[in-house]
Design a protein. Structure first.
Lengths: 396, 87
């Protein structure tokens, strides 16, 4: 059971996608696990043969406890080249097109609306979904509704997330939101207790970047349009390659560089809370690919189907709160990461240059970093490098 | 395609990104983003959805004219009338 959050203690096994004897390849989804933050796909880290499935569907499994035994096959049949495998964030269509998750609903009006999890539980319990009243968003039938229907009035039911955090409640969405709130509370409390943050901000003039982006988008089909957020993410990822002490983990009293830049992107969920899954190797993606990864990640964060590796891999986080108009965000580091970069709104502001004042699009970028690992000088050099990169967007 | 059809397609597109909102509760003459939690990624999703359903291209430069449902519907009606659909 992987840790899918700084404070996750247990996960509930929702489904197996493999059986003993199956051959799996690195990145294959083998199981689904539900946590306080929703349902996640569990992908494997290496080619292997499935041995025994030690956890049963429905079991609450402690973080670190085995779900199954795997026998790696890489020694037997090494991959043809040791080259890095493609970023797993670009998931195969077979996985990404199958939307799953507790928030997922059928878009067509008039059709039965139930989350995929509720459908599966209903099938397992033999519950006819047409007889179940939905209490979720827009009347969507949730797993809790199905379980209540199956129990026919039994008040206390096992609620996903565990008894410590999720009291038996008549409204599952409220319980889920509460569990999410508690998970976030635990993570930020640990962060503020353990991590001595320092904060830096820098206004970055984006005249060239926005002009370049508008021109690029005019020649792109609407489906390939790039948002300013993608450009900012690319700038952060490339800048971080020069400042390894801002990219990695503080574990067991020492800094472990992250190596690759796996950019955690803070994504607000529609019913409250947030997740920050990774765009893998963001510095090496083209702007178009990064935008596609971002779109895909936001869709799956809100609709279900995030992978365990996306939750566990971020080496740094970026939070972009500009959409609501705030000027700057001084963010809280996600442990055990050592830095978080924040962006406020891109607004037109007076900007002085060469003795003249003009009106330019400007964004306030911020860095919150772990002072045990880096000093303000490094942080300020990072923000200067970010500004330099964003001044020549065509090079990104 | 009637104005009602266009309006229904617009409401469907909004519902797809914001399933928690009952589209009929949105006041069509008031700013959409003041009533529905929509970020720039959601707005782009809506634009792509409308493009696919109506074969209308919506340049970024026009985003500023699309702040209410009424504005979006009349914009799309003008565009669908001006550029006959190929299919």
């Amino acid at each position: 059971m992987p840790s899918l959050g700084a404070d996750m203690a247990f996960g509930t096994l929702v489904a197996w996608h493999v059986k003993p004897g199956d051959h799996v390849r690195r990145g294959d989804v083998v199981a689904e696990v539900e946590t306080q933050k929703g349902v996640f796909d569990i992908d494997v880290r290496q080619d292997a043969v499935i041995g025994e499935l030690t956890a049963e569907v429905g079991a609450r499994v402690k973080v670190g406890a085995p779900l199954a035994t795997l026998t790696p096959t890489t020694e037997v049949a090494p991959p043809p080249t040791p080259a890095p495998t493609p970023p797993p964030s670009v998931a195969p269509p077979a996985v990404t097109t199958v939307a799953k998750g507790v928030h997922d609903i059928e878009p067509a009006a008039g059709r039965l609306r139930a989350s995929p999890l509720a459908r599966r539980v209903a099938a397992d319990l033999g519950v006819d979904l047409t007889t179940v009243a939905g209490t979720g968003e827009a009347g969507v039938i949730t797993r809790g509704d199905v379980e209540r229907a199956a129990a026919q009035g039994v008040a206390v039911l096992p609620v996903a997330g565990g008894p410590e955090v999720a009291p038996a409640s008549p409204a599952e969405p409220a319980a889920r939101a509460n569990a999410m709130r508690l998970a976030i509370a635990a993570a930020v409390t640990r962060s503020k207790r353990e991590i001595p943050h320092y904060y830096l901000t820098q206004d970055i003039e984006l005249g060239a970047a926005m002009a370049w982006l508008h021109a690029a988008n005019e020649s792109r089909p609407v489906t390939d349009r790039i948002l300013p957020a993608a450009l900012l993410l690319k700038g952060v990822a490339v800048a971080l390659t020069k400042f390894p002490s801002l990219n990695g983990f503080h574990l067991a009293g020492e800094f472990q560089p992250g190596g690759a830049v796996h950019l955690g992107v803070a994504i607000a969920l529609r019913d409250g809370g947030l997740v920050a899954p990774a765009i893998h190797d963001a510095d090496r993606l083209s702007l178009g690919d990064l935008m596609r990864s971002l779109t895909d990640l936001v869709r799956r964060a809100r609709g279900g189907g995030l992978r365990a590796s996306e939750i566990t891999d971020p080496t740094v986080t970026v939070t972009n709160l500009g959409d609501d108009g705030v000027q700057a965000v001084l963010a809280v580091i996600t442990p055990p990461q050592v830095a978080v970069v924040g962006f406020g709104a891109i607004h037109e502001r007076p900007w002085a240059e060469h003795g003249l004042i003009g009106v330019r699009p400007v964004v306030t970028a911020s860095l919150a970093a772990d002072h045990r690992v880096s000093d303000g000088r490094v942080g300020s050099q990072f923000l200067a490098e970010l500004a330099r990169l964003l001044a020549t967007p065509e090079a990104l | 395609m009637t104005g009602q059809d266009v309006r229904r397609i617009v409401l469907d597109a909004i519902h797809r990104v914001a399933p928690e909102i009952d589209p009929s509760s949105i006041r069509p003459a008031e700013r959409l983003r003041a009533q529905v939690d929509i970020d720039s990624m959601d707005f782009l999703s809506i634009v792509i959805d409308l493009h696919e359903k109506l074969q209308v291209d919506i340049p970024e430069a026009d985003y500023g004219r699309l702040t209410t449902i009424d504005e979006i519907v009349s914009y799309l009606e003008a565009r669908t009338a001006a550029t006959p659909r190929s299919r």
